[in-house]
Each structure stands twice: as structure tokens, then as C-alpha cells.
Design a binder for this molecule. Sequence first.
Ligand code: NOJ
Ligand code: CA
Length: 653
Amino acid sequence: MTWWVRHKKDNAVKSILSPDSRTNVQLFLKNSQVFYTVTRDDKPIIKKSRLDFEISGEEPLHDKLKLVRTRFFKHSETIEMLWGEDRFIDNTYTEGVFYLAEDGKEHRLFTIRFRVFNTGVAFRYEIPPQPKFEAIAIKDEISEFNIDLNSSVWQIPAYQPDRYEYNYEHKVLQELEESVHTPLTIKTPNGFYLSIHEAALYDYGGMTLKLDESLALKSDITPLSDGTKAHIKLPFQTPWRLIMIAGSAIELTTNRIMYCLNEPPAGDFSWVSTLKFIGIWWAMYVGEWTWAPGERHGATTEHAREYIDAAVRLGIKGLLIEGWNEGWEGDWLENGVNNKFTTSTPDFDLVNVASYARAKNIELVGHHETVGFVDNYENQLEDAYNYYAANGIHYIKTGYAGSKIVINGQKEFHHSQAGVNHYQRTVELAARKKICLDIHEPIKGTGIERTWPNLLTREGARGQEYEGGALRPSHACYLPFTRLLAGGMDYTNGIFDITNSVKRISTTLARQIAYFVTIYSGMAMAADRPSVYEEKFPEVFEFIKAVPTNFEKTVPLLGEIGDFYVVARKDRDSHDWYIGGVTDENGRTVHVNLDFLDEGAYAAYLYTDASDTHYRDNPYGIEIAVKHVGKSDAFDIYMAPGGGFAIRLVKSR
Ligand code: NOJ
Ligand code: CA
């Protein structure tokens, strides 16, 4: 249903109501400037906030703007995701499109498109082709999100050397001093849980958020090295600016509007398959092996063949091999400018390893560590992907270590327009070669994996590589309410050798398997060495072996930001359910009601912390039990300090 309104007077307030009529977005012009507000149940969420652009070398737009016409539209469909946390997502919204034009001789045009969902609001700017502007440089985008300054925010800082890899901090909004990354999670004094983020980020700088001089929370688009925010060609549409709205923290965790705002798959991606993998990886982190060639080189033909055999024994389909190529010698962070992506070290024979993997039905996960030297990588990109494709490799993990990336000889932010476009080139090239990606040090997730389902996962937050002192138990209790609203994450789960002498892990054993449920990833790594799984805790590994990487649906159960989180997910390929829970440094008992289960009987395999388990001095204490349950049952489960639990519910046939 569409309806149009042509405006003679443009100072009237235009309203868009959500399908449930409870959220109301109002748009209006005042002194030729455009503003909007958002309320839900008549309670303010976004107070009067500006929407505007500044274009390099041009007069400001806002001086002579007028609203020419408005179009309203209702839309409802169920979208189906090829893989992920939920197979079906409801995409129901009311759309309002506001066509604006400049009075006077330049007569520049632009459009603001709003979509109002029951669980959030999104808008974007669209700049149509117009005679005077074929290409423009964006000096600034002024998208304000004027939220009560007494709100709580959970944030990580932007423009820092470790990109998105920081600990979340809880602050009052008015205390924000620097720019912060999105998703930015917010609790307002009038009881709303919000997350401000963006969707469909293409050919533009990533949006960070900052309090401006007038204390309005405002978009701060990541600049390029030339100081502009983006160079664009018209017609152009910006990414969607998204405000997720929930009544509780736990409800926020399954907000899927980000995917609704992305386009359907850009072709046939039926060849894409999610993957669990082990890797020649953690042995380097704990100092047993090295990335660089030498006596303790990890990525040798021999080790790779041993790990392939181990993957077969463990029932894990994939194997990552890091340190296989030329470029790791000496200080690899400095020397990475010369990394070669088609030349292996003398002790690693890719053809041999790949054919052995094929014979054993194991998928290799290739590795490209660019160290941020994107120019060097781009020069080899086509060859590098062809090399892996020719060897039957369908998965690549990429990495962009370093505080900036080098593109066209300039140091740029990972989350700048130049970075966004580079990452996109890798995704599209990989799709052409039928290769799936796991991007570390990535551009944040904005739901583009709906369109490019071969982008199976990203890192993009502090992961377990920071264990050994820089991760607190609360970190994994922040992620579901913050970073994971931007999509899956390769957290490198499942470290069982908790008390190793190099990187002591802040965890209990049960918590390490809980991560496979609490932190979704289309490519999920069982990160410890296979010998640890086989020799130390084979019965706990059974859970990792069983847990899927593709779910039919996700039911958020319990949680508070940074304190604890419990979630249930149903396998996409069976009738089985999985539940995971994590807590911060405080132990607690949670009441898990099983009413989300389907009708019928289930055998529940429980992996829980013991009463004397503690992440600091007794991390291995675990209890494994089997119970027979149905949907009218419930569990009271104890999570030790720094602990967690995992449950597999197998439906009786
Ligand atoms: C950082 C990545 O997050 C990590 O997984 C990888 O092992 C190193 N870079 C080296 O490439
Ligand atoms: Ca990293």
C-alpha cells in the first residue's frame, strides 16, 4: 500500500507509525533544517535531532531546504537466511520517504527514507543524479541521535590502534569524551534498551558516534587520510542508520533489523556451508610452535597431515593453517609489507597437504595475514585466491594486524571508506571463486552477509587471543548485548588447557564449550591443540563435536549486560536444541525454563560447573549429567565465578 502527499507548506510535522502503532517517528523542517524525533508508547527515545550533510566546497544544504513530497509505504515479508542464528526473520515496517529540494537556482535534491519497525527505526539518505553533482566529497554527515544524556552506554573507543579489540566500558552518556564504535548499546532512564548501529555499509566510511559541542550524540563518519569522509558518485545511498529498540537487555540480543536492511543474496550461494574447524594456531600462542620457519615451525607438511588425521578422529570438518607462506620471518608486523600469498615456506607443500585433506574429507582453511599492507595484498589478490581455489580450498581466514591499513600508499583507518571498499573487494572476489571468508581485524558487521553469504564470520572484537591477562570474565557477558548485534564472531572458543603457563585463560572448562552457543559464528573454531582435546577431556569435546554452526532459531532466555547471558538455539538440521550460559566473575544460579522446546521427550546432556569450581583456582571442575526432560520442565543451573554451562537436548525419535 502506497500513498503520496504533496506539500505546499513544509513546516507541518509528518508522522510514521510502526506496524504496532507504538513507535512514532516524526519528521519536520524548522528554518529550512530537517529534524526528527522518535517516541514509543508516547515516551521519548530520540529528542529533536538534525539530519543534514556538508559537501566539500559547496554551500550548506540546509539553508534553503524544503520538503517537496512525501511517500508512505507498508511492507511485510518473512526473509529466509541461508545460514545463521535464525532461519526466518520478520521484515515488517512502515516506510516514509521524504523528498527534499533546495529553493533557489542550484536546486539540489536529496531524499531521506525512514523505515519504522516494531523493534526499531532506520533511515538513510539518498542523493539522486543531478546536473551539477556527478561526484562529491562528503565533508560531514550530520545524523543526530539526541538521547537522554543520563542514559547508560556500553562502549568501546574508536580510532584506536587495536581497532575494535577493546574491553567494553559502562558510562553515562554525557561522560562520553571521544568517538565510540557502533553498535553502541544504551539504556535510557525511561526504561528502553537501544543500540545504535548501521546496516549495509558500502563505499562509505564506517559510522562512529560522538557527543558534539551541544551535547547531541552525532554521527562521526570515519575520515579518509585526505580529511574527507567519503568520495561518492551519484546516485548514492548512504548506509542505513539504525536504532534498535527493546524493552529489556535480553530482548535486544535477537534484534535482526540489520539483516532486513540488506539486500537478498547477490546470486546463487547454495555452495556456502558453515564450518567448525581446528587449527595450526594456538600452539603458536602458547609458544610451542612458531609462525615463522625454523626448528619449531608450526605449518609444516608433517604437522598439517597430523592435524588432518586429528580432525578426522575428532569429527571436525575443517583445519586452519597459519604461518604457511613467506613473510613471517623476523618481526612479521614490520616485515609484512613483503608477504607472499602464493609462495609457501620450503617445509610446507600445499599441493601435498591439500590432496591429503581432500582424501580425508577435511576442508582446509587458508590464511592470508596482510599485516594491514593492503596494497601488497591487492597486488596479489587474484593470484592468491586462484592459488587456493586451484587447490580445492573453500575457506580463507584473513587478517589485518596493525593500527592502520596502507591503501594507495596512504595510511587509512580500517573502518574508513578505503577500508570498507577493500574488504568488499575480497568478499566479492571470494564469492566468484566460491570461497568463504573469516575476516580478522575486519570492518564491523553491518549485515552484508545476507547479500554475501560467503562472508561467514568476522573477528572485530577482543577475542581469546587476548587471554593471559587482558580479558575479564565479564567480557563474554558484554558481547551478546554489544558487538554481537553486528553479527557472528570468531572468538576462538574451546581452549581446554586453561592453566597453560603462557596464556592463562579466565574461564572454567564448561564455559569454553558454552561459547559455541553464546557466541554465534558461521565459522567456529575449536582453538586448542587436538592433543589436548583427545588426551585431557574427550568427554567434554563431545559437546563441541555435536554443536551445530547453523541454527533454525534462537531464543534469548536470560541476561543483563556484562553480568550474565543464557540463550537457546535449535539446530537447523535436526530437532535438537542447545543452550549456553556464561557469567561474569560472580557465581550465580539461573532458572532455565524449557518451555521453548517443541512437544516430545528429550535427552538432556548437561555440562556444568561443580559447586567448588572457580575460574581462578579450580577451573577444571565440571559435572556431566544426562536427564530426560520435556517442555514443562526447568533446570536450576549453577554457574561458578567466571564460569558457564552448555546443554545439548537430543529429541527422542
Ligand atoms: C590476529 C588474528 O586475530 C589472529 O587470529 C591471527 O593469528 C594473527 N593476527 C596472525 O595472523
Ligand atoms: Ca585480532
